[in-house]
Structures are given as structure tokens and as C-alpha cells.
Design a protein around this ligand. Sequence first.
Ligand SMILES: C[S@@+](CC[C@H](N)C(=O)[O-])C[C@H]1O[C@@H](n2cnc3c(N)ncnc32)[C@H](O)[C@@H]1O
Length: 416
Amino acid sequence: KQPTPTVFSSAKQQCPYRPAGRLETAALLPICPLPGHIGILPNEEGNAIVWDYPPKCISPPAKDNATTPRIDCLFTSTTFRNGHGISLVSSTVTTSHIIGVGSFEDEAPPLGVQRRESLGPAYEIVPVEGKGLGVIAKRRIKRGEIVMSDYPSLLIGTGFLGSAQPHHRRRMLKQAINQLPEKLRAKVKGLSRGAEKYEVDAILGPNANTVMIGEQDGEQMHVGLFAEAARINHGCRPNVHSRFSERRLTMEIMAHVAIEPGEEILMSYVPITTVRDERRKYLKDHWGFDCKCQLCTGTKNEIEESEFYRRRQKSLKESIESARAEGFFKDAIVMSGEWHEFSEWDMVPPLAPEYHDSLADLHYSNGDLFNATRYARMAYDGWVRFGSVDDEKLEHSRTVLAKVEKEFEKSLKFEN
Ligand SMILES: C[S@@+](CC[C@H](N)C(=O)[O-])C[C@H]1O[C@@H](n2cnc3c(N)ncnc32)[C@H](O)[C@@H]1O
């Protein structure tokens, strides 16, 4: 039976905990989630996120040295992203933060997205031999295209997962799923299941992703369940990778190579430079499956080339980072070029504007304003073309470009 949705509109109705069992201690705490901050009451601008159910909160026994007890609450909004819906189980501090940065606000999609949508759906979800369901391209997908945008159905703080008693954790998460809008709830319950004993664990096990949300010094790590993106299988030579925007609470899946109709859309579940034996072990130990992809099942000869590229990419990446940290920017630039070539040969190149951002920064640090401007402009153009729902990178590259261009012009005037 669904609880009756409650709208809290006056300060008198603050702290509507629905304690159960040991959770009762939460009701006795002198602090409540701050209603204005967590969207129960209107903020200064008069906007409120109206949660559709009374928040349910839990507070683990306070640690000896803890001054403020932590409170984790379950909040559900069925109207989030035009009726997609979301259940959030996190600390009141994190919840206040994501509302504060405007993550719940809907904005019109950028122009690039509208243009691609007119081409029709990029993929379909169908059975794939030996892997359950999978995502197959329905039309040609361009390199750099955003193939899928997905929102979290569940967002769960790892602080909560680590501190709640197992039966409280399961009860809270079960309720989080049950409070989702009917369509999304069915989608979540229909996801492939792991071998775990309890339903919530079996759903989250093989389908959840780790995402970072919240303030830098707070507990940022969260588990996100993205019910559409969860259909993407693992590939050792993936053709897509994901980006999560905290500000827009959106997971974007973008193609880093062109994908032909009928090809499977694949994402790597392990860092791309992980070599075969480690990769297979990780997938077995952490995901519970024997990887069936070409680079896992091929002979030593067949995979030798790729293994070499990956080892080189890994060591180059490490050397680039140390050269940057020690101020050897010229070396870092040369090695970045090499690293990029290896990633292209291995068909797992980085997102172009990300690479250009980094080169602009290295050239700037190296005092080469000509190349810093050149790469900053390429990065900016790349972010415009990319058309993410999150314009943070675009805005950043615009600022960098303006700054380096100005300095470059100034240096030219000085030379003349
Ligand atoms: C996130 S789900 C992917 C979608 C899933 N195939 C489905 O039917 O919903 C992860 C699960 O898919 C299967 N899977 C993904 N990649 C695989 C691969 N390369 N080889 C074998 N099984 C794979 C495994 O069962 C894994 O636990």
C-alpha cells in the first residue's frame, strides 16, 4: 500500500520522521533536516521541491568522537526530470548540497541534443548471445556523439551503506524502490539480477555505478542506479564511455569511435589499461561473470598488440602526471602526443575536448601562449559540438580561451 503523499508547507510540520525499530532514535534527535534546504519548504526564491513522501530518516549510533550525529534520509520525487522520478538516500548535508547547486531544476536540452534526437533513437535494448540483454545501435552513431542520457533512479550515499545495519539498509532501499513512479519501479525490478539473497542487493549488485556528488570535503561517493545505462554490457574494447554530471544529475554515454547500425554498444567496467588476466579476474570477482569479449577469449597472439598498447598507455599516463607535477611541461607535452597515438591505435581514444583542455593547460604552463591559445580554442569548439546537458566544461574552456587569447595578444603587442 502506497503511503499518502504529503506536502509540508509550514514550519510546524518540520521533522516528519517515520522512524521504525531502531530508527526511532532519529526522532529523538534535537536536529531535524533543515526543511528549506532540503526542499520541503520554499527557499528564498520561493522554489520548493515537494517530496512525494514524508522523508524517512535514520541515524546510526554516534561515534565517540562525533560532535554531530549523521542523519541519512530517504527522499523521493516522482516529478524529477519530467516524471522520471528519483529516490535519494543520503545525508541531509549532501541532499541540501545537490538542491543548492540546482541539480533538481530542469533546463531545456542544448541544441545539439535536439538535432540528434530528430535522427530517431540511436539504440535498442535486445537479447545478446551469452550476456542477457544488451544495447545495439539502430543507426550510425558519430564519434563524439552522446548516445544516451540517463538519470539516477536511486542515489545512495556510501556513508549510509557503510553505517546502517544490514536490515535497516535493506528496508530503506526497498522503500526507495517502492516509492518510485510505477514505470520506473517496473524498469528497476526488471533489471538483470545478481546471485545475492535479498532483492535490493541482487538488483544493485550487477547494475549500480559509483558517482561523486556533494561537497569536496564531505562524503562524496554515492552508488547510482541508472536503469537504462545498466543495460550496457562490458567490452574490453569499448566504443562508449560515461560521464556523470553532478550539477545536472545526468549520466551521459558518449561514443568515442563511430558505431555502425547493428553493432553492440559496449562500455568498459574496468579501467581501460587493465591487462587481460587482471581484467578477467576483476570481472569475475567483482561482477561475477566470465567475460566473453574478443580480447578476453582470444589467443595470446590475437591480443598481444592490444596488451602492448595498454601497457604503454598506462606507463605514459603515469609519466605524464609526474612530469607535470615536477614542472617538466615540455616532456609532458611530448608524452601526451605519444599516449594519444597509442590510444588511437588501440581504438580507445579520449574525448577530444578533454585532451585539448589538458594540452592547452600544459602549453600555458610551458609558457607557449601560441599553442595554449590554439588548443584552448580547439577545446572550446569541441565542448560546443559535444553539447552536454552540463555546460560547466564549456564555460570553463570559454574562460580559459579568453584568458590565454588576451595574454597572447598582449605578448604580440609587446614584441612589436
Ligand atoms: C550492467 S548489466 C548489463 C546488462 C545485462 N546484460 C542485462 O541483461 O541487463 C551487467 C551484467 O551483464 C552481463 N555481462 C555484461 N558484460 C558481459 C560480458 N562481456 N560477458 C559476459 N556477460 C556480460 C553479466 O551478467 C553482468 O553481470
